[in-house]
Design a protein around this ligand. Structure first.
Ligand code: C2E
Ligand code: CA
Ligand code: CA
Length: 844
């Protein structure tokens, strides 16, 4: 609850990226819109103004053009009037002047002219136009007055033209009717044509300019042609042919009249042109009228050019607007760029960087590193991301713990599992190595558990496992640990446990496990087997220790000895031993085994008391193989029974041979493996052999190792008791290497203890070993047992044993193991039995 409120508070403090984005983007959008609106307004107002200006200027230009047109028309009209001063032309000129004034007035009052302060300039124009009006009126009056006195030029032209047409048609008509006159008439017509050409040239030349004077030669030429035609006409009229046809006379008359008329008209023309009556107004035109026109044109040109100037200014203004718009666009571009850059930097620092930091943290977390830095919170989104990350982190940790527990524990019994155990074992190895401490690895397996599972069902099986798990847990000390090792196996780690302590715990567990358990009303008793491996003597690391504890439990199960402590000889895993196992089977068959005999003597009298039978294997490839190497192989492969039987058979046979030879080897001591003891037919085998060789049981000693007997003392006691019944003697071999306390030994039906050679060999140098030897001898004697010391390899030891009151001795100093043929030479005869027949020196 509290967490939630603070989170909400923080959420309020910190804006979300979306909010910031909305805020900033709306601000920018508004800004851009404002910019755009301002620019649009500015451009449209300017362009509207310019458009209006252009329109007005256009109108003004139109007026000016019309004005120009009117002035041109006035000029033309004046000229036409000067050529032919008709009323229509006179009116036309006046009308044009009025129109021009009208246009001018419109122009003067035009908005554009007013706006641009051009009205004052236009004032001059109006005056000019009015002055022109007055001068025009004067020149035209002048012209009208003259034309009343002389015929007009146009009229002359028309008269000449009409007269010449009449002439030509009459001449042609005459030429068609009068053959003889054809020649003269054609000449006359050609002359007429020449005359017309000359007249046309004169008249047309006069047309463009009124002021040009006619050259006198031109007139003379025309006059001469007129005269030539006159002559031709008088010739023709006097021709007899004329009179021959009454029709000819009128024709020739018409021709003469027409020609005369034409000549008169020409005379008029001459009067106008040569006398200069027509040209009176020309100087006036030239000096008064024309300057007015020039002035007007100049004025109009000036107007045009000033309008041009205005449009240039206008264009410049428009260019400015366009420039401004372009600048605004650029500004917006830069602004946009700046916004994008700032946005990117902001995005980088508030989103990308936190995400990258978080991603790094996640990656580091995935790789199991410690998280050192988490991104700072800048916005709601990163806060949510961070919260999600923390949540995930916490949940993953919870799950990891759960998974670890699952991975480390057995779900059925809730005990730690094998994996967990191996971890503990590893740690224990390391700490024990440093502190030079000892510990034991104990593996406990339920016997015939599969059978229970199959017959009573898995549910019962599970219940049994749970119950036993609880029982085991209950038995352990605080420092011990337990685990479910495999389906029907539990493993225990006993820190600080020595061999004896481990065996003590193992026995206690074994006892407790045998107490029946109650499952759903059914009382069940499940036997168990226990294997023990010790640190550091059986292994220095977890693999070695568990492997060896497994070997030990396998041994315990195989030979039903309940508890087995690992021994090196059990270990058959080496390749060499496996190959030996294969060869051993054949070795017995191929007679590769043979026996050696080592003598035993009484310590005080130094007399031969017996011989120990020691087995040898002469392997063709490897040579002599020690029994310490092949006996464990035989034990593990089950061939020990065959080997033992062969040893017993061969030794008894040898004893029989010696007996038959009259020799006495004393007590025959044969080594027996712990595995032989558990074999059901061992007893019968011995019985059979004794019978076979007719050997007295009392002269046969069986040497059984301490560890073999003590692994399962109760069973051992039972078997040994039976053997004892046969009359055999029993010896505990390698005494001192095991764990047996004398209280156990006391219960065993044995005759002697054989102190292990390791103590004897060190007893002169190691005070502890000396103490062990002495106390063993004393205690054994107290229990009524004889004591044999093996490993007597010096005189010093022999002497010490004498002092310690040891009974028998065996060792390289007093007699090495020998072949039958060799020892045979040192054996006493049966006749001298009991006497001191052989001194030790004979055996050395
Ligand atoms: P063990 O029963 O303790 O036999 C005595 C061993 O000590 C013999 O070794 C012998 O050669 C050796 N030994 C005797 N005196 C001395 C001495 O002064 N100094 C030293 N360093 N060693 C001495 P071996 O013959 O190699 O036998 C080794 C072991 O093999 C025996 O130990 C015995 O446990 C086993 N073994 C031998 N033969 C048989 C057999 O036929 N059956 C069975 N089950 N085990 C046998
Ligand atoms: Ca022995
Ligand atoms: Ca021994």
């Amino acid at each position: 609850m509290n967490d939630k409120t603070t989170k909400n508070q923080v959420d309020e403090d910190v804006y979300s990226l979306r909010q910031r984005y909305l805020f900033v983007s709306s601000f920018i959008v508004l800004l851009i819109f404002a910019f755009a609106w301002l620019a649009q307004n500015y451009v449209s107002s300017h362009s509207e103004q310019h458009r209006q200006n252009i329109e007005l200027r256009h109108q003004a230009t139109q007026y000016i053009r019309q004005l120009r047109n009117e002035v041109l028309q006035i000029e033309k009209g004046l000229e036409a009037f000067m050529w032919g001063p008709t009323d229509r032309r006179h009116n036309e000129v006046h009308h044009r002047i009025d129109a021009a004034l009208q246009y001018f007035e419109q122009l003067r009052q035009h908005q554009w002219i007013i706006q641009n302060n051009m009205t004052s300039e236009l004032g001059d124009f109006a005056l000019d136009l009015k002055a022109l009006h007055i001068t025009l009126h004067r020149v035209m009056t002048m012209r009208i007055r003259k034309s009343t006195e002389v015929i007009s030029l146009d009229q002359i032209k028309v008269n000449i033209k009409q007269a010449d047409q009449r002439f030509t048609s009459s001449a042609n008509a005459l030429r068609q009717t009068s053959q003889p006159l054809t020649q003269q008439l054609t000449t006359t017509l050609l002359l007429k044509e020449q005359l017309q050409t000359l007249l046309r040239a004169l008249l047309y030349k006069e047309t463009p300019t009124i002021t040009d004077a006619v050259s006198p030669s031109q007139l003379e030429q025309i006059e001469s042609v007129y005269e030539q035609i006159n002559k031709m006409l008088s010739t023709i009229s006097t021709h007899p042919e004329i009179n021959s046809n009454p029709q000819h006379q009128p024709l020739i008359d018409r021709m003469q009249n027409a020609h005369r008329e034409s000549q008169f008209s020409f005379d008029d023309l001459k009067v106008i042109r040569v006398n200069g009556t027509f040209q009176e107004q020309i100087p006036y035109l030239k000096h008064t009228v024309e300057p007015h026109f020039e002035h007007l044109w100049e004025y109009l040109n000036k107007l045009d050019s000033s309008i041009d100037d205005f449009s240039k200014v206008e264009a410049k203004e428009l260019g400015k607007v366009a420039n401004l718009v372009a600048k605004v666009v650029w500004l917006l571009c830069f602004f946009g760029l700046a916004v994008i850059s700032v946005a990117y930097l902001y995005f980088q620092s508030t989103v990308l960087q936190p995400i990258a930091t978080l991603a790094r943290a996640l990656k580091g977390y995935a790789q199991g590193e410690k998280i050192e830095s988490l991104p700072e919170v800048h916005n709601v989104e990163t806060r949510h991301l961070l919260d999600a990350y923390r949540e995930m982190h916490a949940q993953v940790q919870d799950r990891q713990q759960a998974l670890e527990h699952l991975a480390m524990h057995d779900s059925l019994t809730t005990l730690p599992n094998r994996y967990h155990l191996m971890g503990r074992l590893q740690a224990l190895c390391e700490t024990s190595q440093q502190s030079q401490a000892v510990f034991a690895v104990v593996i406990l397996g339920l016997d015939r558990f599969k059978e229970i599972n199959d017959t009573l069902g898995q549910y019962t099986g599970d219940a049994i496992l749970k119950k036993y798990g609880q029982r085991l847990q209950f038995l352990l000390r605080g420092t011990d640990s337990i685990a479910r090792y495999s389906g029907d196996e539990f493993a225990l780690l006993l820190p600080g446990a020595s061999r004896d302590e481990a065996l003590y715990v193992a026995r206690k567990i074994h006892r407790v496990m045998e107490t029946p358990i109650d499952i759903e009303g059914i009382s069940l008793s499940v036997s168990s087997s226990i294997g023990i491996a010790l640190y550091p003597e059986n292994g220095q690391d977890k693999e070695e220790l568990t492997r060896r504890a497994n070997i030990a439990i396998a041994i315990a199960k195989r030979y039903k000895i309940s508890i087995a402590l690992y021994e090196k000889r059990y270990d058959t895993s080496s390749v060499e031993r496996l190959s030996l196992a294969g060869k051993l089977r054949q070795a017995i068959h191929d007679h590769e085994l043979h026996l050696c005999f080592q003598p035993q003597f009484t310590v005080h009298q130094r007399e031969l008391s017996g011989v120990e039978v020691l087995c040898r294997w002469n392997e063709p490839e490897r040579g002599l193989i020690s029994p310490e190497e092949f006996i464990p192989v035989a034990e593990h492969t089950g061939q020990i029974h065959v080997v033992t039987e062969w040893v017993v058979d061969t030794a008894l046979q040898q004893a029989k041979i010696w007996h038959d030879k009259g020799l006495d080897c004393g007590i025959l001591a044969i080594n027996i493996s712990a595995f032989n003891l558990h074999a059901p037919n061992f007893y019968h085998m011995l019985e059979k052999q004794l019978q076979k060789w007719d050997y007295p049981a009392a002269r046969l000693m069986l040497e059984i190792t301490e560890t073999a007997m003590m692994a399962d003392p109760e069973h051992a006691i039972k078997i040994l008791g039976k053997l004892k019944e046969l009359g055999l003697k029993l010896s505990i071999d390698d005494y001192g290497t095991g764990f047996s306390s004398l209280s156990y030994v006391k219960q065993l039906p044995v005759n002697e203890l054989k102190i292990d050679k390791s103590f004897v060999m060190e007893m002169t140098t190691d005070e502890n070993d000396a103490v062990i030897v002495r106390s063993t001898i004393e205690l054994a004697h107290n229990l009524g047992l004889k004591v044999v010391a093996e490993g007597v390899d010096t005189q010093e030891k022999q002497d010490l044993l004498d002092v310690l009151d040891c009974d028998y001795m065996q060792g390289f100093h007093v007699g090495k193991p020998m072949l039958a043929a060799e020892i045979e030479q040192h054996l006493p005869t049966r006749k001298t039995k009991g006497s001191k027949i052989h001194h030790l020196k004979d055996f050395r």
